[in-house]
Design a protein around this ligand. Sequence first.
Ligand SMILES: *Cc1c(COP(=O)(O)O)cnc(C)c1O
Length: 370
Amino acid sequence: MIPQIDLTRQHAALRAELLEAVERVLASSRFILGPEGKALEAEVAALCGVRHGVGVASGTDALHLALRALGVGRGDEVITPAFSFVASASTALHAGARPVFVDIDLDTFALDPAHVERAITPRTKAIIVVHLYGHPADLDPLLAIARRRGLAVVEDAAQAIGAAYAGRPVGSFGDLTCLSFYPTKNLGACGDAGMVVTSKEELAERVKRLRDHGSREKYHHAELGYSSRLDELQAAVLRVKLRHLPAWTAARRRLAGRYSTLLAGLPLVLPRERPPATHVYHHYTIRSPKRDALAKALSELGIGTALHYPLPIPGQPLFRSGEAVPREGECPRAWQASREVLSLPCFPELTDPEIETVAHAVRQALSQIE
Ligand SMILES: *Cc1c(COP(=O)(O)O)cnc(C)c1O
C-alpha cells in the first residue's frame, strides 16, 4: 500500500530535533507570542522576500485577517477562483463581503486573468490569487489588472511556500500573502498554524492587532479583534522543519519529474510547470475524464489518491443559497476540473521504487478501465 501522503516518515526522521525544540519551549514555559514565534516570523518573511511576518492560528485565519486588515467588509466584493480550497472564498464571507467566483485556467488551475477583468464591479475591493497545488498563478497580468483598477491583491500561498514566479518568491507580489502550516502542507506544523506576510508595515501592524483581540497594548482594545495567535510549540516545530524545506522542495520537484517521465504518452493530462513559474508540487495532480474509475482501480492496486477538490467552491452546499451563487456552467472549467482531477501520492520521502510502482499501477489501471 502506498498512501497519498505519509507524515510518519518525516516525523520519524526529525524526532530528535523536534523533541529538543518542544523541550526548549516547555522549559521556558512561554507559550503565546514569544521568541520562537518572533524568530519564525522573521525567517518565513525572509524566505518570502518581504519585511514582516505575523503568525496566526491557521491559513484560514490568515486570509480572514488579511481581508480585515485591508478594510474589506459589508457591501464589498472579493474576486476569488471558483476552484480552490473552500477557505479561499469562505473568508470573504467571514469578513462580511461577497465572494465573486471567477473561472480558472486549466494549465495552472489558477485564476484566468481574462475572466478577472469582466468580474470587476465598482464594489470590488480585492482579488484573492491562489497558487493551487504549488503552481504560482499567472501573476504579471493579474497584478497589472489590480494596479489599473485600484484593487488590493491577497496571495493565497497556503500550498505554495517556496514557489517562485520569474525567479521571485511567491509572497512578495501581493499586498498581503497568506500561508498555511496545516500538517499536510509543504511546511506543516504538528497542529494548526498560519502566517500573513507583507512588506507593508501598516498592514502588518493591523494584522498583529487583529490576531490579539484588537489590542497592541495589553488590555487596551482599539478595535474588534480575534484570538488567533501561532503558539510557541508550533513555532518551534516549524523552525526545525523550515531548515529542511529546501531539500523537501527539491525532492518534490524531482519526484514530479520522475512521474512525468514515467507517465508520458498515457491518455492523461499531466501537471505542467508554465514559465516563468517555479512549481513546488504540493500536489501532483493529473486529469482524466475517467477519474472515478481510475481512482477506484488504483485503490484496488494499493495506491492511495485524493480529490483536490470534488466540487468547485460555488458548488458547495455552503454557497448554493444566497446571492453569491453562480449557476453550473458559469465557471465551466472549475466544474470540469472537479470532475477530472486526481492527486497521486506526493511527499518528499516517497522512494524511487515507490514512484515506479505508482506509475506502473496507473498504466495498469488505465488498461483495465479501457
Ligand atoms: C490549506 C489551505 C487553506 C487554509 O489553511 P488552514 O491552515 O487549513 O486553515 C487556504 N487556502 C488553501 C488554498 C489551502 O490549501
